[in-house]
Design a protein around this ligand. Structure first.
Ligand SMILES: Nc1ncnc2c1ncn2[C@@H]1O[C@H](COP(=O)(O)OP(=O)(O)O)[C@@H](O)[C@H]1O
Ligand SMILES: [Mg+2]
Length: 298
């Protein structure tokens, strides 16, 4: 059926033969090749996900970056949470342009050298990030496609250079987590973050079983907000009821809720991180276990 609308001829879906000449497969392969090429100097790709929102994925990602950096590794973060970007703020890189260089867009860096690529550096505070400028018709059908087109373009346009670690700070959603596993180059490893409540664990368990159906490796999980560090008495007190249930993955570490860490995050997680020593020490243990898990994989 051919429709005529304002002089132009529009074909219906059934009139289009094959992929309509767009050669989708070749386009996807070309994009994947460009991503592989851009990341060829990166030794380890580690995605920090969960499925659940608000459990501390972004906080743990930045903490891990700092702990790995402290061990002499070169590290960068890609904030893949395009709609809720936090990393630019955590890194003190709000309103920070991406400058073109002969090798691609230069990765913005914190004072300590950690590279951070986050939509929060480009899109002014309080404005939503919108993919509507990349319009292909039905928003509902294409939104996630656009998100991954943007991810592919970002990965291939940045001058990542030579890195020991590129950490991905993922958005929430089990289905999304799996899409990232399918999209990212093979060899990406996952760290999952939960808070120690049954509600959170049951959501993260969905991501674990969804990821089990992909080729991605799961290194283990982090229990964040595992107790509340009381600054008055210096003790870690219970925060969530302990039901004793666990995820079917190695536990990489337990990080307490430290009010000082929450305030450091709000103020841009500056070099004063040692003030939140309880949480920071715990994240160091996670980094150590992560390195061991990666070594065991080799
Ligand atoms: N261990 C912790 N101690 C103190 N505050 C924390 C801790 N983990 C996360 N937070 C705070 O909790 C909030 C949610 O954390 P965030 O990392 O943004 O979660 P997610 O990325 O999973 O949505 C932030 O305000 C962050 O500063
Ligand atoms: Mg986040």
């Amino acid at each position: 059926m051919i429709l005529e609308r304002s002089g132009s001829i529009m074909k219906s879906y059934f009139d289009i033969e094959g992929d309509g000449g767009s050669d989708v497969i070749a386009q996807v392969e070309a994009q994947q090749e460009a991503v592989r090429e851009a990341l060829s100097g990166v030794r380890n790709l580690v995605a920090v996900g969960s499925g659940k929102g608000g459990v501390g994925k972004s906080t743990v990602t930045m903490g891990l970056a700092q702990a790995l950096k402290g061990r002499g590794a070169s590290v960068a973060i890609l904030d893949a949470d395009f709609n809720g970007p936090c990393q630019a703020h955590l890194a003190g890189l709000d309103a920070h342009p991406w400058i073109p260089s002969p090798q691609g867009l230069a990765v913005p860096r914190r004072q300590d050298g950690i590279g951070v690529v986050s939509m929060g550096s480009l899109v002014p505070a309080s404005q939503p990030v919108s993919f509507s400028t990349v319009s292909h018709g039905d928003e509902h059908v294409w939104r996630s496609t656009k998100e991954f087109a943007v991810l592919g373009q970002l990965l291939s346009s940045m001058a990542w250079g030579s890195l020991d670690f590129l950490l991905f700070d993922l958005p929430p959603g089990a289905e999304r987590t799996v899409q990232y596993a399918d999209f990212l180059p093979s060899g990406v490893s996952f760290v999952l973050v939960t808070v120690p409540s049954d509600i959170s664990r049951s959501v993260v368990a969905r991501s674990v079983s969804a990821l089990a159906g992909t080729s991605a490796q799961m290194l283990g999980y982090v229990e964040n907000m595992a107790g509340y560090f009381c600054r008055d008495c210096g003790e870690i007190k219970p925060l969530f009821p302990s039901s004793g249930t666990k995820l079917d993955l190695p536990l990489l570490g337990r990080v307490p809720f430290d009010p000082e860490l929450a305030s450091l995050c709000d103020s841009g997680w500056p070099e004063r991180r040692d003030e939140a020593h309880k949480a920071v020490e715990a994240i160091h243990v996670v980094a150590e276990n992560l390195l061991q898990a990666l070594e065991a994989q080799e």
